[in-house]
Design a binder for this molecule. Structure first.
Ligand SMILES: [Zn+2]
Length: 71
C-alpha cells in the first residue's frame, strides 16, 4: 500500500502559534516539541506546556489546533 496524501501526523500543533498569558510572548510550536495532552471530560481535552521565556504553564484546548491560534 502507499500513502497518497499525508495526514497530519501525531503533532497537530506543529506550526501553530500560541500566546503566553504570563509574559505576552508569542510562541510558535514545532513538530518535535513535547506537549502534554490532558484529558478533561467536562471542559474538553487540552494540551499543556511551559513557556520557554517565563515558565508559565500554558494550556490550549485540543480542538483549537484545527486553526491558527494567534493572528
Ligand atoms: Zn511566558
Amino acid at each position: 500500500m502507499k500513502v497518497v496524501k499525508k495526514g497530519k501526523g501525531k503533532t497537530p500543533w506543529a506550526g501553530k502559534k500560541v500566546a503566553c498569558q504570563g509574559c505576552d510572548s508569542k510562541i510558535q510550536l514545532e513538530e518535535n516539541d513535547k506537549l502534554n495532552l490532558v484529558g478533561d471530560q467536562r471542559d474538553g481535552d487540552y494540551y499543556e506546556f511551559n513557556c520557554p521565556e517565563c515558565g508559565n504553564n500554558i494550556t490550549v484546548a485540543a480542538q483549537l489546533f484545527g486553526n491558527s491560534l494567534v493572528e
